[in-house]
Ligand binder design. Structure first.
Ligand SMILES: C[S@@+](CC[C@H](N)C(=O)[O-])C[C@H]1O[C@@H](n2cnc3c(N)ncnc32)[C@H](O)[C@@H]1O
Length: 237
């Protein structure tokens, strides 16, 4: 498993992200869509456990397993939940959930993590998520998306990335904090080169989930519009 650049994050991630109301709204919208009776929940790309905390609060009876490929993130989440038997964390990626048997979870959830996958990994990840869900299970994915896909150097794709990323940076400076804006600007070359930050349209995910066998896929926009954040909800029959 290759280690992502998220292994080397030096900012106080939770503190910076907490200043960002759009992120709070996105994650809350995702958690709202967790099935009421979910007992076993998988948090994919759990990072420091921000989404995990919200899931714990919303479904106190649920057991949550977080997976993430960055060892430093897994260690941070384990430390945060050291006194909580209901949450555990281990190293894994969305594209390879072989550590879990078929039908292990009632729900899988993810926030701001899966746009780190390579484009050719979506079908594999969708199939893995489908496999580890029980019949009637639900996948909820909150993330940022783009409007145009294409070859890395295509002018249309690069323009869309520039428009989105500069709008995000302006929004974060005005509505969150200086460090949130800088995080976005620091990542701009990665988004442009598709180097570990690879935007897709929401429809790209929808098509992969449908091909994997999910019966229904809903795409929900969360404000503000210029960030192009979406929550994707996919149900297994
Ligand atoms: C921006 S953080 C988001 C963490 C957390 N979900 C949140 O909302 O605060 C993205 C996380 O995705 C993880 N990640 C990167 N590639 C991944 C993959 N292929 N599968 C699962 N997680 C991945 C990174 O290691 C990182 O911890």
């Amino acid at each position: 498993m290759s280690i992502t650049h998220w292994n080397d994050v030096t900012i106080d991630y939770d503190k910076v992200l907490d200043t960002d109301e759009s992120n709070v709204v996105l994650l809350a919208t995702a958690v709202d869509r967790l099935p009421a009776g979910a007992v076993d929940v998988l948090d994919i790309g759990s990072g420091t456990g921000r989404l995990t905390s919200l899931c714990r609060a919303a479904r106190p009876a649920a057991r949550i397993v977080g997976v993430d490929p960055a060892p430093t993130m897994v260690t941070a989440a384990q430390a945060k939940f050291a006194d909580d038997d209901g949450a555990s964390f281990l190293e894994a990626i969305a594209e390879d959930l072989s550590v879990f048997p078929d039908a292990s979870f009632d729900a899988a959830i993810s926030s701001f993590a899966l746009h780190h996958m390579e484009l050719d990994a979506y079908d594999t990840a969708a199939a893995e998520i489908f496999r580890v869900l029980r019949p009637g299970g639900r996948f909820v994915n909150a993330d940022q998306f783009c409007r145009v896909m294409g070859p890395v150097a295509s002018r249309e794709r690069a323009l869309d990335v520039l428009d989105l990323l500069t709008a995000k940076a302006r929004h974060y400076l005005l509505e969150a904090c200086f460090e949130r804006m800088l995080l976005q600007i620091d990542l701009l070359p990665r988004f442009l080169r598709e180097d570990g930050e690879i935007l897709t349209t929401p429809e790209y995910w929808r098509d992969a989930l449908k091909s994997a066998g999910f019966a229904t896929v809903e795409i929900i926009a969360t404000p503000p519009a210029e960030l192009y954040n979406r929550v994707i909800v996919a149900d297994k029959a």
